[in-house]
Design a protein around this ligand. Structure first.
Ligand code: NAD
Ligand code: ZN
Length: 350
């Protein structure tokens, strides 16, 4: 098989040939049709996350071992199965749930493997889908596409799934006004999902007018470019002068986090999702006085992914796939994402 591997931080990905793995027991070998290119692949490629104040959290300190094949949004067909597999058959078109846990910790025991204490996520801690074949540890991590377009389905394993979890959290206080910050791969899914599952008026913020126009087509009621220094004031006045009930931040960097807190109303609900990183100072007293909730959201669980596939099958959500690359173009795909040239999602078709 042919895989594109990250060999070290900021080194060009190396595409080379390997022996095809032989699936054992519950394992399944999937022939990859399409794999999504996520901003998290960029963080993996860059070697970590910005903690602010010049500090950097290295992915190798979190258990990543280079060389690694990135790619956690994997769609393909079942090529070979281990001896214990009976729930999928050869040729089935499947989406892979990549957020694999230990199976044993409190999170895994209630089905939230995405929040496992010792995660084994595909494309991060074990080889993923920037490859023509991927070895899936257990057939229980597969979901049948059953008619969903393979390129569109990729994003349901991460960008769609993460947006779904985050929007569900943002809906806990039945928002009248919901601000979505970042109209990238995650944010555009967030807009579509918010339109489908909340009653909120959606205000979308980004730095890029083209992405904001797409957000409007996807259902955003208001779009604002945060290059405008009056953005916070404009959001508050859209929200009847009170501020937003909920904010979901798919960027989560100092300028956006400051904007989030500035526009959040009393009893507001802030969900931080992006991993752009950095740090900010918090005015502590405003948190109890305004009784706000600040929470994080990290990917989602298998059941949510299956629910999302169903929403896609019914046409309620339709992920934006704007660009396709070959495996040999993996470096170009990451470079283009870094240069903010991708609207919605790009995929690699190995
Ligand atoms: P993307 O590159 O497709 O989109 C990022 C968007 O943010 C772009 O539209 C860009 O113009 C906009 N942006 C950047 N800086 C901004 C600013 N200061 N103000 C307003 N807009 C700004 O990225 P993506 O794939 O959507 O991922 C977004 C982030 O979410 C990444 O950090 C990624 O690693 C992270 N992520 C988190 C989870 C999770 O579970 N929490 C899952 C997947 C990805
Ligand atoms: Zn991702």
């Amino acid at each position: 098989m042919k895989s594109a591997k990250i060999t070290g931080p900021n080194e060009p990905l190396v595409v080379s040939d390997f022996d095809n793995p032989e699936p054992q027991n519950n394992q399944v070998l999937v022939k990859v049709k399409s794999v999504g290119v996520c901003h998290s692949d960029l963080h993996l490629w860059e070697g970590g996350y910005d903690l602010g104040d010049g500090q950097f959290m290295k992915v190798t300190d979190r258990g990543v071992k280079y060389p690694v094949t990135p790619g956690h949004e994997i769609v393909g067909t079942v090529e070979k199965i281990g001896s214990n597999v009976s729930d999928v058959k050869l040729g089935d078109e499947v989406l892979v749930f990549p957020w694999i846990g230990c199976g044993d910790c409190p999170a895994c025991k209630v089905g939230n493997e995405n929040l496992c204490d010792t995660p084994k996520s595909m494309g991060v801690f074990q080889d993923g889908g920037y490859s023509d074949y991927a070895l899936i540890p257990d057939s229980k991590y597969l979901a049948l596409l059953d008619g969903v377009n393979p390129d569109s389905a990729t994003s349901l394993a991460c960008s769609g799934l993460t947006a779904y979890t985050a929007i569900k959290k943002s809906n806990q206080n039945s928002p009248e006004f919901l601000v979505i910050v970042g109209a990238g791969g995650l944010g555009l899914m967030g807009v579509q999902i918010a339109k489908a599952i909340t009653n909120a008026k959606i205000i979308c913020v980004d730095l890029d007018d083209k992405k904001l126009e797409t957000a409007k087509e996807m259902g955003a009621d208001y779009i604002l470019n945060s290059k405008d220094p009056e953005t916070a004031q404009k959001i508050i006045s859209i929200c009847n002068g009170k501020g937003a009930d909920s904010v979901v931040d798919f960027v989560n960097a100092p300028p956006t986090a400051k904007l989030d807190l500035a526009v959040l109303r009393k009893r507001g609900n802030l969900i931080l999702v992006g991993l752009f990183g950095g740090s900010i100072e918090l005015s502590l007293v405003t948190i109890p006085l305004k009784s706000i909730i600040i929470q994080g959201a990290y990917t989602g669980n298998y059941d949510d992914m299956v629910e999302l596939l169903d929403l896609a099958r019914k046409g309620i959500i339709d992920p934006v796939i704007s660009k396709r690359y070959t495996l040999d173009e993996a470096n170009n795909a990451l470079e283009d994402l870094k240069a903010r040239k991708i609207v919605g999602r790009a995929v690699i078709n190995p």
